[in-house]
Design a protein around this ligand. Structure first.
Ligand SMILES: NC(=O)c1ccc[n+]([C@@H]2O[C@H](COP(=O)([O-])OP(=O)(O)OC[C@H]3O[C@@H](n4cnc5c(N)ncnc54)[C@H](O)[C@@H]3O)[C@@H](O)[C@H]2O)c1
Length: 264
């Protein structure tokens, strides 16, 4: 119960497959007081079901594309919970018609929306909750390898994740002198609602488990364990870090030859 006494908020639980739910389960298990933010009434119903055993958890509706929504949640959280020892940003969105085929056709409005919801919102959320943070508070975002290497169909989300990772470093630099840490986990592909918007995603899962050194797909629980480390005092000296939780996939260029089509 090493998170006992710690309070914080998780943005991005859509259902029991969400990476954020893997993180939430671990934090609740370790005794943290966890508040949740959801985007819209439909997702509130899903959260209500998941939190049947945690009826005292505070829930806040927030579409992060509007600054005033973020400020409102921070105000409500301040009044009802108070301190913010951890904040999890597990949010991503891009128009799925552009998560297939070429990147080149991506229109400006699609690009800006993906950047706004998937990257800039980390800046807004951190700024809004910072007055409630103290030395030892920890901010965590979720990213993906498509930020640094080309992954077919990931397109504009790859660009947004590159921005998100840079944002992690700049925020970590800004907040470090106050003892507030900012990190990201780069997760391997996980079969979630958001991921299913990416064309050929199930093939990506298959390729991953053939090539990753651990030869298995990443799960929300794998991410939950690493998130617990990054959000707890165990990682007191760690900030500005992008930690891979991908079974080692990012370290491999040519995997087992048996994984490739022999006809190539
Ligand atoms: N699933 C993967 O393969 C994978 C891999 C690496 C990183 N990630 C990242 O993990 C994070 C969580 O995604 P997930 O895969 O668990 O999918 P998910 O669909 O379970 O979660 C995505 C969340 O983003 C929220 N969201 C979208 N637009 C929003 C908005 N305007 N305002 C507020 N919330 C909004 C959704 O409500 C949802 O809860 C994302 O940042 C995603 O890019 C996912």
């Amino acid at each position: 119960m090493s998170m006992k006494g710690k309070k914080g908020i998780i943005f991005g639980v859509a259902n029991d497959r969400s990476i954020a739910w893997g993180i939430a389960k671990k934090l609740l298990e370790e005794g943290a007081e966890v508040a949740f933010s959801y985007n819209g009434e439909r997702l509130k119903r899903s959260l209500d079901k998941l939190l049947q055993n945690h009826p005292s958890s505070k829930l806040y509706d927030c579409d992060v594309s509007a600054e005033e929504n973020i400020l409102k949640v921070a105000e409500q959280y301040k009044a009802e919970v108070g301190q913010c020892d951890f904040l999890v940003h597990s949010i991503g969105f891009a128009d799925k018609s552009y998560l297939e085929g070429a990147f080149l056709p991506t229109p400006k409005d699609v690009f800006l929306q993906a950047m706004d919801i998937s990257a800039y919102s980390l800046v807004s959320l951190t700024r809004a909750f910072k007055p409630l943070m103290t030395k030892g508070s920890s901010v965590l975002a979720l990213t993906y390898l498509g930020s640094e290497k080309v992954v077919q169909n990931y397109n504009v989300m790859g660009v947004a994740k590159a921005a998100l990772e840079a944002i992690v470093r700049y925020l970590a630099y800004d907040l470090g002198p106050e003892g507030i840490r900012v990190n990201a986990i780069s997760a391997g592909p996980v079969n979630t609602l958001a991921a299913r918007g990416i064309s050929d995603f199930t093939d990506l899962l298959k390729i991953h488990r053939k090539i990753a050194p651990l030869r298995e797909n990443t799960t929300p629980e794998h991410v939950g364990g690493a998130a617990y480390f990054l959000l707890s005092d165990l990682s007191f000296g760690v900030t500005s870090e992008i930690m891979y939780v991908d079974g080692g996939y990012n370290t491999v260029t040519v995997g087992p030859i048996s994984a490739y089509d022999k006809e190539l």
